[in-house]
Design a protein around this ligand. Structure first.
Ligand code: NAD
Length: 473
């Protein structure tokens, strides 16, 4: 979003980071150009009559890759959206899907709009009209291109998009899979809303399972008691900070939002703050912390873990040198510019990069898409079977040992996994496996010195294999 004049644009920044990986891989120029190129970008302009006046809206859908179909990626509604940004985000989706072995190509969409300026009914009209354009132009369908929520969009918008597609294609039995991140009663999946934040938590947990990695970030011990600064308390930031503080004992010492930052070295209660924001529309006057008006400056606060979870280009050439965190996990897409990344690497700050760190969203979107095309809720067939099986094991234990198995143990043995259990388990496994692959790449190739390059090398190796297997004609 923010483009610092002496820095590359967001898209150029991603390309430069990818080039760094391609360089250590020694990949031939033709294959690397094919991988980096954005396959297509559609720009649409469409009129909508709002409060008696015609307004013309501009939107984009960039399809970075189609080596796997459908192509996948969110739709954002923002007053600063641009084609450059959409292309950068679409390319990140290609790399992201490959890192977490989600068999999709990469795509992204945006609508240039400030949603706060419109009523609910107006937003519905605009969203449906935008979806109509994308569907009619062939860049939205269950088999070719499947959007999801991003900044400024959520379940509500996804339900409108799915319904618009259904009206245009009632013959498509898989119509509900044309978009993910839908409400539960409209084909959504348990655990999708929390997925990206949950994935961030699982990624940090996996990092802390490797003492050498923790040591490389100048820390030691477990996640418990580590201090954390988070920027952005939206969907991703709220869930990540809530889970880390409530389940892992992480102390959230600062929350940065658009209207300033809240600081409390003893820890901020995220659930209380979240409800305060819903009630008052702002972080100001929150009783549990001190307000600092210059929010951006708080990115520089000393802490163990910094989680940018708001926007791109937040750590730039301007402030990179002053960042004091030991570990940065990029919950947002592109929060660190290319130049800043180089500075942070030199300072020895470990960065868990966006293409891996926030892949929880697309992973659970993949689960939702599978649920939609298989037309059955996950766990429906086996839950009761597993429960009966577990109850028999508990009864057998009692019979064989002559003792009584406690109620809590009985309950846990006889618990059949429901959809949320399966989604969390699948996401946890995905985040752990992907981190281990990235780590292996880092250890095996002495030319690689950072997790971002290792992530891109891991990802591009898989994509290149796919391109070369199919052949480029
Ligand atoms: P969101 O709109 O729900 O939340 C963004 C938050 O950032 C809001 O609370 C907003 O007030 C805050 N914010 C805006 N400008 C700010 C500023 N200058 N300083 C501090 N805070 C500011 O969006 P989200 O879905 O949580 O997405 C956040 C980031 O995560 C984006 O980069 C997005 O692309 C990325 N992401 C989201 C998902 C997802 O599933 N939603 C998946 C992958 C990546």
């Amino acid at each position: 979003m923010t483009t610092v004049s002496n820095e590359p644009t967001f898209r150029e920044s991603v390309d430069l980071m990818v080039d760094r990986a391609i360089c250590v891989m020694g990949l031939d120029e033709g294959t690397s150009s094919a991988i980096k190129a954005c396959n297509s970008v559609l720009q649409v302009q469409f009129p909508v009559k709002i409060r008696g006046k015609i307004e013309v809206f501009t939107g984009w859908r960039a399809t970075h890759s189609t080596h796997r179909l459908p192509s996948k990626g969110g739709i954002r509604f923002a007053p600063y959206a641009s084609q450059d940004e959409v292309e950068a985000l679409a390319s990140l989706m290609t790399y992201k899907c490959a890192i977490v072995d989600v068999p999709f190509g990469g795509s992204k969409g945006a609508l240039l709009i400030d949603p706060s300026q419109y009523e609910r009914d107006e937003m519905e009209m605009i969203t449906r009209r935008f979806a109509h354009e994308l569907i009619r132009k062939g860049v939205l369908s269950p088999s070719t291109n499947v959007p999801a929520p991003d900044v400024g969009t959520g379940q509500r918008e996804m339900a409108w998009i799915a319904d618009t597609y259904k009206h245009l294609h009632p013959e498509d039995i898989n119509y509900i899979a044309c978009v993910t991140g839908k409400p539960l009663h409209h084909g959504g999946i348990h655990g999708r809303v929390e997925a990206t934040g949950r994935g961030v938590q699982y990624a940090i947990r996996e990092f802390f399972r490797h003492p050498e990695d923790v040591k490389s970030a100048n820390m030691e011990g477990s996640l418990y008691g580590k201090t954390c600064v988070i920027q952005g308390l939206g969907n991703v930031g709220y869930h990540a900070s809530k889970f880390l503080s409530e389940e892992d004992g992480v102390i959230i010492t600062a929350v940065i939002e658009r209207d300033g930052a809240l600081i409390n070295d003893e820890g901020i209660n995220i659930e209380d703050l979240y409800h305060h924001i819903i009630e008052h529309g702002s972080i100001t006057n929150f009783p549990g912390a001190t307000l600092e008006e210059n929010g951006a400056a708080v990115l520089e606060k000393e802490c163990d873990i910094l989680i940018p979870a708001a926007l791109e280009s937040q750590i730039t050439l301007e402030n990179a040198d002053r960042i004091q965190a030991k570990l940065i996990i990029e919950a947002a897409n592109g929060p660190i510019t290319y130049g800043a990344d180089e500075i942070l690497n030199k300072k020895g700050i470990i960065i868990i990069p966006d293409a891996y760190a926030n892949a929880g969203g697309v992973t659970v979107s993949y689960f939702e898409w599978i649920r939609n095309i298989s037309h059955i809720r996950m766990g429906r067939m086996q839950k009761r079977h597993d429960e009966t099986h577990g109850a028999h094991i508990a009864a057998m234990l009692e019979e064989l040992t002559g003792t009584t198995v406690s109620d809590s143990l009985k309950k846990s043995v006889a618990h059949g996994a429901d959809e949320l259990d399966l989604v969390r388990s699948g996401l946890d496994d995905t985040m752990r496996t992907a981190y281990q692959q990235i780590r292996e790449t880092l250890i095996e190739n002495e030319k690689i010195t950072d997790l971002r390059t290792a992530s891109y090398v891991t990802s591009i190796t898989k994509i290149a294999r796919s391109y070369l297997d199919i052949g480029i004609y």
